[in-house]
Design a protein around this ligand. Structure first.
Ligand code: SF4
Length: 369
């Protein structure tokens, strides 16, 4: 199994917490940009001819801000250049402030079968504070257009003035309007973003408060029939994101567009974050890659452990043995003993206990050599 990721770096305006490759003032370049993405795909056609792809994920930025016909052409370019399975999971990220019935109709027609909506919070004052361009009403409108479709909703915790009840309400709204998948992420105040000032001023909840809200959110999600399958991801039965599952299993994926990263044949590489540089490279028939690194044996093992322990199922002991020819319990006897109270064994799996999943980072580092 392998995945394709395409980055669409345009947005209407910059959210106060955004640290992603997104350019609010460059939408006029969308047509040229998409032409370069189709071209970049063609550059990789020969190299990837023996790969079979099961997922295509169109992320950003705000993919739903550009003309829907470019998206349809993108899906067809992916099919033309690569072996993308007929029943592939094809996801597009959407901002509720940029959707229309026509756009969604075009997405469905071209084969998009999964939608990811960035709601973040159902409280309008908090949306405004985050610099989001939409309201709760626009989210509701978007879900009505998606009636009967498979869609995921992003929920953010750790916001200024956000109560546990606000998070519960956001989850309830997402569930009531038909979400089959919910991603619940904690806000990370990155240095250089406007929200970092709020963080420095002590206006954001501290990590203990966020952890409490997360637990309340988990209970609410479970009560509404969403099972946790990764620390930040919850879904109705059978509605896991295949694309993300592939990341968490250290699978292979190829990324196209500005800032897209890839993992192919044990090499990780990333495209330039600079839009002008991206155009220059592709138009002069060069790949826009700025760094490329072979993943060594130790990193491969660490990545595998880190990603597996973030999932609710945990690390498969048999699979670990097959991949690394070592017994996990013997290899990590010291770390396992030290963290015994936080971990449990379920058949072939070893996992971080549910109540400690949110603080998994401090446990996982114990398994790094
Ligand atoms: S919509 Fe997403 S990518 Fe665009 S500015 Fe906001 S957080 Fe960044």
């Amino acid at each position: 199994m392998a995945g394709i990721y395409v980055h669409i770096p345009f947005c209407k305006s910059k959210c106060s917490y955004c640290d992603f490759a997104s350019f609010p003032d460059k939408l006029c370049f969308a047509e040229s940009y998409m032409a370069c993405v189709y071209r970049e795909m063609a550059f990789r056609k020969e190299e990837l001819k023996n790969y079979s792809f099961d997922t295509l994920y169109i992320g950003g930025g705000t993919p739903s801000i550009i003309d829907e016909n470019y998206i349809a052409m993108l899906v067809s370019a992916a099919r033309k250049n690569f072996n993308l399975a007929k029943d592939a999971e094809i996801t597009i990220e959407m901002n509720p402030g940029t959707v229309s019935a026509k756009k969604i109709e075009t997405y469905k027609k071209c084969g998009i079968n999964r939608f990811s909506i960035g709601l973040q919070t159902a409280i309008d004052s908090q949306l405004k504070d985050l610099g989001r361009i939409h309201t709760l009403n626009e989210f509701v409108y978007c879900t009505k257009l998606l009636k009967g479709e498979n869609f995921s909703v992003d929920v953010m915790i750790g916001l200024k003035n956000q109560t546990a009840e606000d998070v519960e309400k956001t989850i309830e709204v997402a569930a009531a309007f038909g979400a089959s998948h919910i991603s619940m992420y904690a806000l990370t105040p990155e240095d250089g973003t406007p929200i970092y000032t709020d963080y420095l001023n002590g206006e954001l909840p501290d990590s203990d408060e966020v952890a409490k809200v997360y637990e309340i959110g988990v209970k609410k999600l479970e009560s509404l029939g969403f099972d946790r399958y990764e620390v930040s991801n919850f879904c109705k039965k059978g509605k896991e994101s295949k694309h993300n599952l592939n990341y968490w299993q250290r699978g292979e994926y190829i990324g196209f567009g500005v800032a897209a990263s890839s993992h192919i044949n044990n090499v990780r590489f990333t495209n330039t974050f600079d839009l002008d540089e991206y155009f220059k490279c592709v138009l002069s028939n060069h790949l826009p890659v700025i760094n490329s690194e072979e993943v060594g044996a130790v990193e491969r093992e660490e990545e595998y452990i880190m990603l597996a322990l973030r999932t609710a199922k945990g690390l498969n002991l048999k699979k670990y043995f097959e991949l690394f020819n070592k017994n996990f319990e013997e290899e990590y006897a010291v770390a396992l003993k030290k963290n015994a109270e936080y971990m449990q064994i379920n058949g072939d799996y070893i996992k971080i206990k549910n109540e400690y999943l949110f603080v998994q980072n401090s446990i996982i580092v114990e398994f790094f050599k």
